[in-house]
Each structure stands twice: as structure tokens, then as C-alpha cells.
Ligand binder design. Sequence first.
Ligand code: PLP
Length: 396
Amino acid sequence: MTTDELIALSDKYIMPTYKRFPIVLVRGAGARVWDSNGKEYLDFVAGIAVCSLGHSHPKVVEAIKKQVEILTHVSNLYHIEPQILYAQKLMENSFANKAFFCNSGAEANEAAIKLARKYAYENMGKGKYELITMKDSFHGRTMATVTATGQTKFQVGFAPLLEGFKHVPFDDISALSNAITDKTCGVMLEPIQGEGGVRIPDDKYLSRVRKICDEKGILMILDEVQVGMARTGTLFAYEHYNVEPDIVTLAKAVGNGFPIGVMMATDRVASAFQPGSHASTFGGNPLAMAAALATLETIMKDGILENVRKVGAYFTKRLHELKDRSSIIKEIRGRGLIIGIEISIDGSSIVNACMDRGLLMNCTGGSVLRFVPPLTITEKDVDAAVAILGEVIADK
Ligand SMILES: *Cc1c(COP(=O)(O)O)cnc(C)c1O
């Protein structure tokens, strides 16, 4: 089939929930993907921070191939060996003591919301169910997570939303403190707002949130769906801020493209979930967990964290050089290999022009160019991307 025929069928048969670029990606390797016409792209989207080890990483491919031949799926009615091994490795490398597995970021956050409510119900007394979340946040598209999300554009048309959520400005400690009432059971936030435009809070913000949560006896829930799993240069973003949250959610990069969600918590909080409290048919199945284990082992062993810090710093430096020569770049924000460039014009023309020249990136909130490339990229890849971006920006 030709590309045009494929796109016509896509329009005919698939609900138009995404505004798609007019290309069909058919193959990937490392930081590169190819479309159905054979054109090559440098992929600085990586499935939106998903393929962190690059496309078709050999260790993940091998683990999936091996596991699919042994055992693909059994129910959580039984113990699952790859799930146990992955949980052990994840818990040993995080603040948490226990994990719950599901299949997406929204589902992980849904689980976190349910665990927080259940914990409050059992430990905090009656009527404490309210969660405070942040304006401009993004937590997913299920009813609970779209309610938690602090952006009305995702909520219009879906009323009535869920009860028990309140939004306050991000990176504003007094707004948070003032919003806490005797109904509040927790605070849920992203350490860095990804979809909200790569917004990085003050270095002390998260530790102040932790302090308020301790003083008020409420839970601190971090949504690390986008920034967890090495994206910022540490395995988890909270490590930069010297805090230990009560609950953390993960998803995007966990399986390097295999769909997996994780919700993890301390023993104290996790004890609110008992047999029957919550479940997921596919959650933590053998195939998914084999992919997750290979991904985590590779992140821990193969110098990925060092690469994120080194190449992230190099990328940021190169972008600042670009900024010095450009009038449309207002600000560069980032940590490790999640980097946003705030520009003074609409970003879509830049994204399209870069795509034409073989560089994929995306734009959040209209005017923030977001780069979430594979964590395995080299300085040479960065040079290639910056050269394309520089040419495109020079035309504006
Ligand atoms: C992508 C994202 C989600 C939603 O994940 P899905 O897998 O699309 O449900 C939730 N929170 C954050 C911070 C995200 O970036």
C-alpha cells in the first residue's frame, strides 16, 4: 500500500483523537526511525519519552523473544516469576517497598488515587478523600486522572468530573498550604511538568511539599510517568530533591515500548490494599515484566545515567548557543534529557519544518518545543539535531 492509501484508511477507520503528522513510521533502530517512503528521521520524540534505550534495543528484544516462547500471560491469581524479579529490582533501587503493576500511565495514577483514598479511609478518619493537584499538570485521560489533570482543555465535554480534587498553581508553596483542609488526604504532582511545557520547579519546592505533607499528615504522590526511569539523569526525578514520597507512578519508559504502568509505595501506605482492593488482568504479565526487567538492568548497567547527564548538559549548551543567535527563543528549560524550548511564535511550523529535514520533536502547549530523545543518544546525534533546528529557526 502507498503512504497515501494507508493514511486514507487511517482516517476512515480510526477515531480522530490524535492530530497526526502525515507520515507512517515503519521501522526503528536506536535513535532513528524510517517512514513508509524510506525516509530516515532522528527521533527526539522516542514515542514521547518511551523508547529510552532507543528503538529495538537488542537486550529488550532478546528478553521479549525469549519470554514469549516460554510463557506470555497467566493471571495474577498465580505468582509470576518475571514479575517477582522485576519488583525486587525496582524496589531495591527506589524508596518504595511494594509495587502494583498495570498497563499505562493513567492506570498507574488511577491506582495511586485509589490507594490514597483507601489509605485515608482506613487511617485518617472520616471524610478525608480530597487530593490537591497542580494547574497545568497532566495525569492521564481516565475520568479520575483527567479530573486530577489541571488543564480544562482536556476536561471540556466530560462533566460531571469526579468529586474530591482541587487544583493549585505549580511551584507555589503558599497556594498549596492554603488549599489544604480537613478533607485533604494527599497532594499529587509531577516533579517536572512534562505536558505542561517542561516546567521545572524551584530546587526546594519538592522538599517543602514533603514538609507540608508531614506536618499535615497527608500523602505525597509523585507522578513520574514521564520523568522517571532515568530521563532526568537519576533513576527517579525525586532523587534530585532529596525527598522520599509516599507513592510514585511510572509508565512511559518502563518497558522501552512495551506498555506497562507501575504504582509503588511504602509498606505503610501499600498496606491499605488487600486482596480484592484493586486489580488488572494484564498488569505485570510475564511478557511485560521480561521487557521491564531487561530495560531496568540495561539502565543500571550500561552507563545510561552517566550518558543522560553528559549528553543532556551538552545538548543544553548547544541550545544556549542557538539562543544567543535567535530572537524567537525565549527560554531553555530542562533536566537531563527532557528539554523544552519556549519560543515566541507558534511551534507547529518549526516542528513541521524539522520533520521535513529529518528531525522529529514535538510541541506542548503551543509554544514549547519538547525534546525527549532516547537516553542513548550521542553528542553527534545532538549536533545533527541542533544543526537542523538551527537552520529552521534561522528562517523564522
Ligand atoms: C503520559 C503521561 C501520563 C499518561 O500516561 P498514559 O500512558 O498515556 O495513560 C500521565 N502522567 C504523566 C506525567 C504523563 O506524562
